[in-house]
Each structure stands twice: as structure tokens, then as C-alpha cells.
Design a protein around this ligand. Structure first.
Ligand code: BES
Ligand code: MN
Ligand code: ZN
Length: 495
């Protein structure tokens, strides 16, 4: 899909569909008024006649408008002016995109980005347009045997900006938004695949294939033998119970200066989490195919950066394995030695994410990263604490935590900081090893982060727990593509 930014004015080309936003109980203004004039006041009559109230996300398509400036008009409700916000703007964009993709127009003129939105500048107003179309167009790669729906006709979206001076920012916003949408789609595709397709081997070959299509990307895949040689006893303890071989996937994106320290992104890639010998409850266990979304979001973010040729060096490190029970599986009470030398008593085999991440974090040291961010569907406790709206961020560096929170707010992919602390750390004491892998029920998301904290001494580090935000459950079950917008925004902000 092509995006183009343009200013208003009389000489503008006719459009197949003009998208016009209308607030509740308000009149047409700006560009809408001009279009209405050319349509003989038809839009105003529709509003006055009570056929369109302007409720947030409401849409009304007026087709077959003849030879005027627009063959169709799509009215989109913006809700009340009082509560107009970033969130409502994005909601209106998504409804517009969904309605547009259903109609017959091959091209559309979106006027929504020309309006002011509190705290949102021209760059983000445009970026959200491209992201919304990506979101609306996304289709889960299903294994349904019914025929696939026909692809939408819409191929080009023209985005109106308020003034000439906004054009440069808007063009950048559209470009970034399209790349973020493409990266999110990669993440969603991988996460939505069933675990019998998306195995560690599959993730590794996906990363290799992705690297082949971008000049600045390279991959290196480590097998279990190499991991053993590196002393990754903690990571390997998780994969003992399965036949499926584990992989450590290293993707390097070199868009910055040669020799410039990279940002390391470390992803949890548990392609299925049964809990192991500490077997999970069967209810909703299918959703544990999403337990590799951290890994998928690392690959998705790198995809976005590669599409943008962003001037930064990033190394993605994905620890991929299955967590299964079995005759050789790790048992509660087993003690393993991590790559760092720290010994771990595995009191619960279902707390496996931290066991693979600690070795991946230790491995990241060899890249001398200027900072490390790990991304993981790490704890159910995080979902209890923050629900589905915010990821959790924990960090040993205040400015890094603040930068991530700010990037989350700007990209509407928010995260909320939670604490680390010695007092929590004490919950991880073991009588038999340096560290236990669980810290009890209380503060479960925090003790999980505290476990990882033990392995990042001397590194600037942040942990994102995305257990609540990575995917939706219920009838809308599926991956959300989060936290790709957050990660890309953060990485583009020159951290
Ligand atoms: N993958 C789960 C965390 C999770 C739970 C993600 C729900 C998404 C939704 C993780 O491996 C896990 O099982 N964590 C345990 C830790 C506990 C044993 C300390 C949990 O949260 O119950
Ligand atoms: Mn688990
Ligand atoms: Zn898990």
C-alpha cells in the first residue's frame, strides 16, 4: 500500500473516497466544508437530519456521489470534542481503515491527520495513519481450508496535512508507520502460528531468511552442542524434556557506524510452554504458543529497522526452545549452572523464561552493548498487576526506564515502570544454590525481573514483561504485534 502526504487546496485531484472526521454535536469545518460545498451541502444535511451522530468509531459510507471532488465520502465519528485524545484519534483511524478496506475504492484521501490532536504532532499523526492501515489489513495466517477472502482493492492512501510545513514530518511519519506495521505483522505472523509449525528451528530459519533479504542483516544460529560448550546449563535445562532441538538465534543489524556499540535486544522464544514437570493447568494452555512473542517482537523490530535503514547497530539474541515434561525433563529441586557461573535451584519448571533469558543475557556481553533490553511474556503476575494495557518495565537505569516509558507513550504502546529491589531479591534465596528460580506469589513480576537483574551486573539493562500485552484472548484471540511500536520508537530516538 502506497502512502502519500499532501496539502489541501483547490487544485487537488479528485479522490475515490474522502475520509472526513466529525465530532459529536459539531459542524463541518476546514477541508470537510470545502468538500461539502462541492457536494451541494449534502454532508451538512446528513448531520442535521440525525443520520450521523459522530460517535467515536462510527462510520457512514456515502457512495456514488457523482463527478465532484470525491466519488465517495466516508464519515467517521470522532466522539465528543471534550474527550478528544491520542487514543480517540487512533480509534477513529482504525475504524476508517476498516471501513475503507471494505469499500470499492482503490485510492482514498484521509483528512483526519490535518486536525489537531492533543500532544500529537504532525509526524505521529501521519505515522498512526500508516500503522492503522497496517493493523486493519493484517490477516492471521490461518490453516483454514475455506477460500481466502479477496485482497482489498485499496492500494493508495493520500494523507492530508494542515500546512506545507508539516509535509516533511508527515512523510517521515508515514514511512516509519509503514515499517512499524510491517515489523508488527512479522511478529504477529510468527506468534499466531501454532507451536507444531513455529518451532525453534522454524524461528531460526525465519531469521536466516529475513537476513538474506536485507543487506545490513546477518544471522548466526547456535545449536545445543555450542550452547553446551558455552556453559548455558540454565537455558539447556529447559529444553531437556523435549525432542525439539533448541536454538540460540543471533541477528545483527548494522545500520550505524562500524565499531559503534550496539543495542542488544534479547527475546524469550519459548515456542510452547507446558510448564514442564510443574505442568500447567489445561485451561487456556493453547495460548502458551504465544510464549515466543518476546522473540518474535525482537525479530519484528529488527525487520522495521532494516526496512528503514535506520542508522543504528542492533543485535537481537533470541533464546528459542520448548518447555515440555518428559523422561529426561528437569525436575523441581534440580540445580543447574548458568553460563555466568551462578547456580540455580529450579524449584518450579514453569518459571522457565528467566532460565533461558539469564544465559542469553550473559551471552549478550560479548557484543559489548551500550544497553540491553530483554522482552518476554515472563509472568502471569504481570497480567494481574497491569492487565492488557501496559507492559511492565523494570530497569537498573532510571534514564533508560524513562526513555522506554516515553517511547511507549509516543507510540501508544505503553509500558509502566515497576521496581526492582534487594528486598524482593531476598525472596529468591535458596538453601542449596546461589539462587532459586521462583520467589513466591507476592510481587511475582518483580521477583522474576530481580532474577534477571542478577545477570546484568555492569550493563545498562531494562526488562519488558509483555505477558499481558503481547496477545489477546477470547474471541479476538491473536497476537497484537506489541511491543514492536515501542521498541522501534525507542531505537529510532537514538538511545
Ligand atoms: N509463560 C509464562 C508466563 C505467562 C503466563 C505468560 C500467562 C502469559 C500469560 C511463564 O513461563 C510462567 O509460567 N510463569 C509462571 C511463573 C511462576 C511459576 C513463578 C507464572 O506466571 O505463573
Ligand atoms: Mn512457564
Ligand atoms: Zn513461559
Amino acid at each position: 500500500m502506497e502512502f502519500q502526504a499532501e496539502t489541501g487546496g483547490k487544485r487537488r485531484a479528485r479522490t475515490e473516497c474522502a475520509v472526513i472526521g466529525v465530532h459529536e454535536r459539531s459542524e463541518l469545518s476546514g477541508e470537510a466544508l470545502a468538500i461539502d460545498g462541492a457536494l451541494g451541502g449534502r454532508l451538512g444535511r446528513i448531520l442535521r437530519g440525525g443520520d450521523f451522530a459522530g460517535r467515536l468509531g462510527e462510520t457512514l459510507l456515502l457512495p456514488d456521489l457523482g463527478a465532484g471532488p470525491a466519488a465517495r465520502v466516508l464519515l467517521v465519528g470522532l466522539g465528543s470534542t471534550k474527550s478528544w485524545s491520542r487514543r480517540h484519534y487512533r480509534r477513529a483511524l482504525l475504524s476508517s481503515a476498516q471501513a475503507l478496506l471494505k469499500c470499492g475504492a482503490r485510492e482514498a484521501l484521509v483528512t483526519l491527520a490535518a486536525e489537531q490532536v492533543p500532544e500529537v504532532d504532525a509526524y505521529y499523526r501521519a505515522r498512526y495513519v500508516a500503522e492503522a492501515f497496517g493493523q486493519a489489513r493484517y490477516q492471521i495466517p490461518t490453516l483454514k481450508s475455506t477460500r481466502k477472502p479477496a485482497p482489498p482493492k485499496l492500494a493508495a492512501v493520500r494523507v492530508l496535512v494542515a500546512e506545507r510545513g508539516d509535509l516533511v514530518a508527515a512523510r517521515r511519519g508515514l514511512e516509519h508507520g509503514a515499517a512499524i506495521a510491517a515489523g508488527s505483522a512479522v511478529t504477529r505472523d510468527l506468534a499466531n502460528l501454532p507451536a507444531n509449525v513455529c518451532t525453534p528451528t522454524y524461528l531460526a530459519s525465519f531469521a536466516t531468511r529475513m537476513a538474506r533479504s536485507h543487506r545490513k542483516l546477518t544471522t548466526r544460529i547456535l545449536g545445543e552442542r555450542e550452547m553446551k560448550r558455552l556453559g548455558m546449563g540454565s537455558l539447556l535445562s529447559v529444553t531437556e524434556g523435549t525432542e525439539e532441538p533448541a536454538r540460540l538465534i543471533v541477528v545483527e543489524y548494522r545500520g550505524g557506524k562500524a565499531g559503534e556499540a550496539p543495542v542488544a535486544l534479547v527475546g524469550k522464544g519459548v515456542t510452547f510452554d507446558t510448564g514442564g514437570i510443574s505442568l500447567k493447568d489445561p485451561g487456556g494452555m493453547d495460548e502458551m504458543k504465544f510464549d515466543m512473542t518476546g522473540a518474535a517482537s525482537v525479530l519484528g523490530a529488527i525487520k522495521s529497522l532494516a526496512l528503514l535503514q535506520a542508522p543504528i547497530n542492533v543485535v537481537g539474541i533470541v533464546a528459542a526452545c520448548e518447555n515440555m515434561p518428559g523422561g529426561r525433563a528437569t525436575k523441581p529441586g534440580d540445580i543447574v549452572t548458568s553460563m555466568s557461573g551462578i547456580t540455580i535451584e529450579v524449584l518450579n519448571t514453569d518459571a522457565e523464561g528467566r532460565l533461558i533469558l539469564c544465559d542469553a543475557l550473559t551471552y549478550s556481553r560479548r557484543f559489548k552493548p551500550r544497553l540491553v533490553v530483554d522482552v518476554a511474556t515472563l509472568t502471569g503476575a504481570c497480567v494481574v498487576a497491569l492487565g492488557a494495557h501496559n507492559s511492565a518495565v523494570m530497569s537498573n537505569d532510571d534514564s533508560l526506564a524513562e526513555a522506554l516509558v516515553a517511547a511507549g507513550r509516543r507510540s501508544a504502546d505503553t509500558c509502566w515502570r515497576m521496581p526492582l529491589g534487594e528486598e524482593y531479591q531476598e525472596q529468591l534465596r535458596s538453601n542449596f544454590a546461589d539462587l532459586a528460580n521462583i520467589g513466591g506469589r507476592d510481587g511475582g513480576a518483580i521477583t522474576a525481573a530481580c532474577f534477571l537483574w542478577k545477570f546484568v551486573d555492569g550493563m545498562k539493562w531494562a526488562h519488558l514483561d509483555i505477558a499481558g500485552t503481547a496477545y489477546q484472548t477470547g474471541t479476538a484471540k491473536g497476537a497484537t504485534g506489541r511491543p514492536v511500536p515501542l521498541l522501534v520508537d525507542f531505537l529510532l530516538s537514538n538511545p
